[in-house]
Design a protein around this ligand. Structure first.
Ligand code: T1G
Length: 701
């Protein structure tokens, strides 16, 4: 008996050909699946014993789209569009049976079927735009014919997943079932036999308010901030209303092919796979995470409350400890506030809230931490405070309880030494605010930490659905260390003739979610000022100091949003330029001989990118992280770096390291000591290498 190697199998049931794809893990529509589907469909349509067809998938999900790994390689026929044409033009009813997530090409295949039956827990979507693409197999042309232009515009440009109930309400699917999906789909297909078939491509598009469409399009373009695919998606959807169906398909295909070759799509596909690769930390391969069910949190301020919420969302028993009863009560209120916000946004149900509250204890009794498997310290960012807490933790908790600090830049080796006798249990878990929303967690393994303790923190981050990046101890780990470098270049620009608005605009044009001075006002200028003071003793006396202007603002009590003024003024929550700040900045210009006509936004972008990459090269050479993708993900998920550039290290490889080195040499020439190009950057540029070639991140052989 020859074992079938095809990922497609067909069985006949009551005249219905049930075609099942089995291509783990997500039934991607790779070449073998497309070829198998084509053959199975032709056979079923030619078989007189077959009166209807159901297309379904084995495993955890319906087709989750084209095989992204095939992009960038020569495409092999049959192309998906051809398979979908065969389905739509068939003279026997073909029904899609959807479970899991029908995404991208999977959704497009379902749209080409004559009807769609979906499991109540399943979701559908067209997420191509998140990969820098648009649907390339009829999604932008068939969706408007089923649900109208406005709803199609939302789905195609947002890439969001739509639950079964909403999909039914929109008209994307025909029948929602609680169970027995295949049985229900077969019955549905058989019920269509002998009736006129509804071919999606032949449907007319309901009339749409053109002004409403244009307004929505403008909003989408505004939010895209430099990313191409949403703009192109708008045009593809718009063309469905003006071009005949076949013409629209052709236009969509051409736009798709242009995007699949674009730098932005290559960058977004890099980010997609990097987010999955980062979950596999090679350094922890031999470690064993300890079991986790009870987790303590010390401190119920903004970070502590957010962390507690994330832990509750992750299904853990949570004990939050504060200094006294009043602080504990305030902490409980903060957590209740987060629950209420999640309820209002629909992210949480009443039952979900009640179930979480059953797992929450908020107390001022530090000794309750003795029963924890892991404790996360989220107290005030002060070394003395943290050392006192870790000394107590070493006493109160049994050996083996993992003791994690949420510090964003203090020395975890020093904190570990305070936990006398328990250094091996001390790690860092650097969450990003708001901790229950932001996915990034820098998992920090100090030299003294037991690998199993680090692996336990890493496993916890994964269990919370976070994006864990494993890094070693250094000032600011990965994200804050790189931020501290490039923020100085932005501060120099103020002394050299720029205003905060100009610098922020240049970096937002580059794609950052928010410019550095708007971010500084949000975080509080006093945070960076205290860091400058803390590092004053170790600063290179030869190096130009960039903190003069922010120090002056702090001296004047302008700490940012929290005081109503910082680099900007804040009135009724709106950020406005402030002539007072302009005057303060201008007062520095005579010292640097600059004036505000000299600002060059493009030069600033190149300088800041070079400095980010240069610091990343040092981080890699020091072994703080294993791979360049670790740095890319921290910048994208923690600091608003545009994912459509792939992260600084990916973009540097794409631009070419000789250019990055030249930009860094210009920075060094302009700003002097402390801005020397990193040896690894010089080495790779000299040998025409790439960061991506570094494999596990060790220096080039
Ligand atoms: N192609 C190739 N590999 C894929 C894949 C895909 N479409 N989707 C997932 N994988 C891999 C992933 O890298 C990981 O691999 C494993 O499957 C499990 O994924 C023609 C052109 C479906 C919601 O954008 O959103 O169709 O790490 O860890 O958390 O117009 O995967 O195990 O080696 O994410 O349960 C459009 C992308 C493609 C969907 C499941 N489709 N995938 O999430 O598992 S373009 C998408 C997802 C397209 C058409 C256009 C998620 C998921 P490894 P996972 P998960």
């Amino acid at each position: 008996m020859t074992l079938s190697t095809s990922p497609i199998a067909t069985r006949l049931e009551q005249g219905c050909a049930v075609i099942t794809a089995n291509n783990p893990p997500v039934n991607a529509l790779g070449h073998a699946v497309r070829a198998g589907l084509m053959a199975a469909l032709r056979s079923a349509l030619a078989d007189p014993a077959v009166s209807s067809v159901v297309i379904t998938c084995a495993g955890r999900t319906f087709f989750a789209g084209a095989d992204i790994r095939e992009f960038g390689k020569p495409s092999q026929p049959p192309h998906l569009g051809k398979v979908l044409d065969l389905i739509e033009q068939a003279d026997k009813p073909i029904v899609a049976a959807i479970h899991g997530t029908a995404l991208g090409g999977g959704m497009e295949l379902a749209l080409a079927c004559h009807a769609r039956v979906i499991e109540a827990t399943a979701k559908v979507g067209l997420p191509e735009v998140k990969l820098g693409l648009i649907p390339g197999a009829g999604g932008t042309q068939r969706t408007p014919r089923l649900i109208g232009l406005m709803a199609a515009l939302d789905l195609v440009t947002s890439g969001r997943h739509v639950g079964a109930a909403e999909a039914k309400e929109l008209g994307l699917v025909d029948h929602v079932v609680a169970a027995d999906l295949e049985r229900e789909a077969i019955d549905y297909a058989r019920s269509l036999v002998g009736k006129p078939l509804r071919r999606t491509g032949e449907l007319s598009i309901p009339a749409c308010d053109q002004a409403a469409f244009d307004q929505a399009a403008m909003r989408i373009i505004g939010r895209a901030r430099g990313q191409l695919s949403p703009r192109i998606a708008i045009e593809a959807v718009r063309s469905s209303a003006t071009a005949p169906f076949r013409g629209g398909l052709m236009a969509e295909r051409l736009l798709f092919q242009e995007l699949v070759r674009s730098d932005q799509s290559r960058a977004l596909r890099h980010a997609f796979f990097a987010e999955r690769e980062v979950q596999r930390a090679p350094q922890l391969a031999s470690a064993t995470p300890r079991s986790l069910s009870r987790v303590g949190v010390i401190g119920a301020g903004t970070m502590g409350a957010g962390i507690a919420m994330a832990l509750l969302d992750g299904g853990l028993m949570v004990t939050v400890v504060e200094n006294d009863a009043d602080a504990a009560a305030r902490g409980r209120e903060r957590i209740d506030g987060l629950m209420a916000r999640a309820l209002r946004s629909g992210r949480l149900s009443e039952a979900g809230r009640d179930e979480r509250l059953k797992r929450l204890t908020v107390t001022d009794d530090f000794h309750q931490l003795q029963a924890m498997d892991l404790v996360i310290e989220a107290a005030f960012e002060d070394m003395a405070v943290k050392k006192e807490i870790f000394a107590r933790l070493a006493d109160v908790t049994p050996k083996g309880t993992v003791l994690a600090t949420n510090t964003s830049y203090l020395d975890i080796n020093e904190i570990a030494r305070a936990a006398a006798g328990r250094e091996a249990d001390v790690i860092g878990l650097h969450f990003f605010s708001p901790a229950n929303i932001m996915r990034l967690v820098e998992v920090v393994g100090p030299a003294s930490a037991d690998k199993d303790a680090v692996a336990t923190g890493f496993a916890l981050a994964r269990r919370l659905g976070k994006l864990p990046v494993l890094c070693g101890v250094c000032e600011g780990f990965v994200g804050n260390r790189i931020l501290a470098q490039w923020r100085q270049i932005a501060e120099f620009a103020l002394e050299d003739g720029a205003l905060p608005e100009e610098v922020d605009a240049a970096l937002e044009a580059y794609g950052l979610a928010m410019g550095p001075f708007a971010v500084a006002d949000l975080a509080g200028l006093d945070i960076a000022a205290s860091r400058r003071r803390r590092l004053a003793g170790t600063r290179n006396p030869e190096a130009r100091y960039s903190g003069a202007i922010p120090d002056k603002l702090v001296e004047l009590g302008r700490l940012g949003q929290k005081t109503g003024a910082g680099f900007y003024r804040y009135e009724n929550g709106a950020r406005r330029s402030d002539p007072e700040v302009h005057a303060i900045i201008r007062s520095f210009w005579p010292h640097t001989g600059m004036s505000d006509t000299l600002f060059d936004g493009e030069l600033l972008q190149r300088r800041i990118r070079a400095v980010m990459v240069n610091e990343g090269a040092k981080i890699l050479a020091e072994g703080i992280v294993a791979r360049p993708l670790d740095i890319d993900l921290v910048l994208i998920h923690g600091y608003g770096f545009p994912a459509w550039r792939g992260g600084p290290m990916f973009e540097a490889d794409a631009i070419g390291l000789p250019q990055i080195l030249a930009d860094m040499e210009e920075v060094h020439a302009r700003f002097g000591a402390g801005w020397e190009p990193a040896p690894l950057l010089k080495e790779l540029a000299r040998t025409n290498g790439r960061f991506a070639d570094l494999g596990d991140g060790s220096s080039p052989s």
